[in-house]
Structures are given as structure tokens and as C-alpha cells.
Write a protein that binds this ligand. Structure first.
Ligand code: 13P
Ligand code: ZN
Ligand code: NA
Length: 282
């Protein structure tokens, strides 16, 4: 298992993005790594605090380590939207090499202080750190942000933020939101271009479910090297599972009823890898 430094810098140089898929259990991890390995795409498996409290940090760590040994592509386990130093430390101590510290709800100076603390511990342990400036709206697991509390990344502040924290990648708020969209999302590409001018580390696009291929590609042209996808994988998985169980009222074998759910999710993983242009990179 690797940290996300080299994979993101290679993506930055070659102008594609590494897809980060949110996973929840053995099945979703299998779908992502099997599809990525077949397509020769680097891949990031992202787990929110909610996922780790559901599945267990140790279990997830062990499954991803096994996956990373099995396939000859870079596979990273990444802590998504973690809000405390303690949770991140626990996973780093288990061997996780990539983490997002989400201090975006704090005022600027407090945000910087918490991120600095995480960066010091992570870097001392060979792990890389992503942090967010600005704030995405929408819902990601237990993280719910009202539209009125969301705000875009300020480019000048971003430059100072990156310099003072020493983070390895920066999550930007340019108009995406977590979950699907009620109305057509409108991304602020001028802002993204300005951020790219001032910040030289890889940029991260959260909330990519519901964003068009065209908009994602344009973001990649403007410095986005990691694209986070969660909701668009959950929907086909649960739809296919529900359909199967409704059509087969006596079905009770998880090895059977999980299969169509995995197949439906796999299609979206493949589509998103193509969207990110990350296939055949290794
Ligand atoms: P979506 O659910 O909109 O794909 O957002 C995913 C995300 O940003 C995970 O951090
Ligand atoms: Zn996110
Ligand atoms: Na979204």
C-alpha cells in the first residue's frame, strides 16, 4: 500500500486525475480494485469516519492491504473527511498512508493549526495529507453542510494555506457539492484557474457525483489530480440489490444477491476511470 504523493504528482504531470472511490465493505473494495487493475488505473479507496465506525479501521486496513498486494497497480487507502487528529493517528498507526483532515468548518487560523498538527504526524510516518479550504455544501455521510454555510475557495488564501500547512494536496470548493444536485451545478473555472496559478500542489475535486464528464475534464486541465466519487456508486449498487431481492423473494444467499449489485457498481467505476483519463497509466 502506498501514500498518494507519487500517484498524484504523476497525474499532475500527465494531466489526468486519480479517481478516489468511497468504499464501505469487502464487496465495494473488490469492485473498485478489480476494475482498476483491469484498466491499469491507479486508484484511491476512500473511507469516511462513518465507514470506519461501521466496518472497523482494522478490518478495512487489512482488506485494502490484501488488495494492494494482489494487484500490480498503485492502490492507496485514504481517510476521507476526517475531522480529528485522534482518528487519523489511529489509522496511521495501523499503516494508512493518506488522509484528509477536514478542518474547513473552522476559521482560517484554527484550520491551519489543526492541519499543521496532522501534517507533522503524517509526514513523520510516511503519510500524505489533503486539506480543504472553502467549504462544500451537500451531504457526505454524517457530514451535512447547508448551502448557506458553504463558500468557495479564495485563491490568495489558498496560497498562504498551502505554504503554512505543508499539505500535499488541496481540496477546492468551486461549486461542486456532496451528493446529487437539485439544479445544474455551475463550476467556477476562473477561480480554479486562479488557484492553479498560485498553488503548485495537486488539487482535489470533491462532490464529483452529478458533475458532467466535460466539467471534470476541464477541471483536470486546470490542475485537479484527484476526483472524489461516492454517491454515484451507492445508487446503482442499492438499486440493483433492491431489484434482485424484489424479483427473487426467496433469495437469502449474500453471494448471490450481492453479485448484481457489484456488477452495477462496476460499470460506474469503469465509466469514472475513463472520465478521469487514468486508464493505462501503469
Ligand atoms: P459525491 O458523493 O458527490 O460523489 O462526493 C464524494 C466526495 O466528495 C467524497 O469525499
Ligand atoms: Zn468530499
Ligand atoms: Na456531487
Amino acid at each position: 500500500m502506498v501514500n498518494t504523493k507519487d500517484m498524484l504528482l504523476k497525474a499532475q504531470k500527465e494531466k489526468y486525475a486519480v479517481p478516489a472511490f468511497n468504499i464501505h465493505n469487502l464487496e465495494t473494495i473488490q469492485v473498485v480494485v478489480e476494475a482498476a487493475a483491469e484498466m491499469r488505473s491507479p486508484v484511491i479507496l476512500a473511507g469516511t469516519p462513518g465507514t470506519f465506525s461501521y466496518a472497523g479501521r482494522d478490518y478495512v486496513q487489512a482488506i485494502v492491504e490484501t488488495a494492494a498486494q494482489k494487484y500490480n497497480i498503485p492502490i492507496a487507502l485514504h481517510l476521507d473527511h476526517h475531522e480529528t487528529f485522534e482518528d487519523i493517528k489511529e489509522s496511521i498507526d495501523l499503516g494508512t498512508k493518506s488522509a484528509m483532515i477536514d478542518a474547513s468548518h473552522f476559521p482560517f487560523e484554527e484550520n491551519i493549526k489543526l492541519v499543521q498538527e496532522v501534517v507533522a504526524y503524517a509526514h513523520a510516518n510516511g503519510a500524505t495529507v489533503e486539506a480543504e479550504l472553502g467549504r462544500l455544501g451537500g451531504q457526505e455521510d454524517d457530514l451535512v453542510v447547508d448551502d448557506k454555510d458553504s463558500f468557495f475557495t479564495d485563491p490568495t488564501a489558498a496560497k498562504e494555506y498551502v505554504e503554512r500547512t505543508g499539505i500535499d494536496s488541496l481540496a477546492v470548493a468551486i461549486g461542486t457539492a456532496h451528493g446529487m444536485y437539485k439544479s445544474e451545478p455551475k463550476l467556477d473555472f476562473e477561480r480554479l484557474a486562479e488557484i492553479q496559478k498560485l498553488v503548485d500542489i495537486p488539487l482535489v475535486l470533491h462532490g464529483a457525483s452529478g458533475i458532467s464528464v466535460e466539467d471534470v475534464r476541464r477541471s483536470i486541465e486546470l490542475g485537479v489530480c484527484k476526483v472524489n466519487i461516492a454517491t454515484e456508486l451507492k445508487i446503482p449498487f442499492s438499486n440493483a440489490l433492491r431489484e434482485f431481492l424484489v424479483e427473487n423473494e426467496d433469495a437469502n444467499d449474500p453471494r448471490k444477491y450481492m453479485a448484481p449489485a457489484k456488477a452495477a457498481m462496476r460499470e460506474v467505476v469503469i465509466e469514472k476511470i475513463k472520465m478521469c483519463k487514468s486508464e493505462n497509466r501503469y
